[in-house]
Ligand binder design. Sequence first.
Ligand code: ZN
Ligand code: ZN
Length: 253
Amino acid sequence: MAELYDEKLFADPPPPEECPICMQILPYDSRQVSFNSCCGKTICNGCIYDMNMSEGKDICAFCRTPPAESMEDTIKRIKKQIEAGNGEACNMLACYCAEGINGMPQDYQKANELLLKGGELGCADAYHNLSVSYEQGRGVAIDKKKALHFYELAAMGGHVVARYNLGYFEGQAGNDQRAMKHYIIAAKAGDKTAFDNIKRVFMECPGLLVTKDEFECILRVYHERQKDMKSDARDRYEEFNKLANTLEQHSII
Ligand SMILES: [Zn+2]
Ligand SMILES: [Zn+2]
């Protein structure tokens, strides 16, 4: 049983999602993408930025729907997406409930229910957030076993941060080989910290946990994935964002 489970746990994750507009791989950093409640699509910030610049207004870059007029309307749109079986929408509403924002009363239990539903609907980020609930005891008793279980489900669903965390936990428990297996999957998905960990181990003890051939393959796939997640539009957005943050820090806007 354990062997079978491990086979599933360490199998190649599903292919990464693409932005429905530029068709490039979506960054796995949730700060670099946005969920649009109108059409239920997750879009890269580069495409959203370019749309705003070319249209001069804030309409959905995918379906061209104008923004919701009120927070109640946004919630209605999200709930409609949930009814249609959109796991990302469950995750979004769960975040509102957990933080008690955007018109939702603060309710961790409701948030966790939504996260479970979101995970079951295929949203790996929902499973990841549910692990955090069990890790920190948000609306549930602290339960490290359950936290680990949901990190594993998230990682198997392609969640890169969950995959990295599993590597970290195994490393802490002294299971270096299992840690390395998780780090390799995370690094191949473009995760820098996981890649740096592998590089350090390889430099210190070449061949012990990673052979030279394996390391070269990881290096190549890591760089390819990093490149695939970049685009001119995403760089333009990053530049704009940096500038906006600087201006804000200096209270210019
Ligand atoms: Zn895009
Ligand atoms: Zn839309």
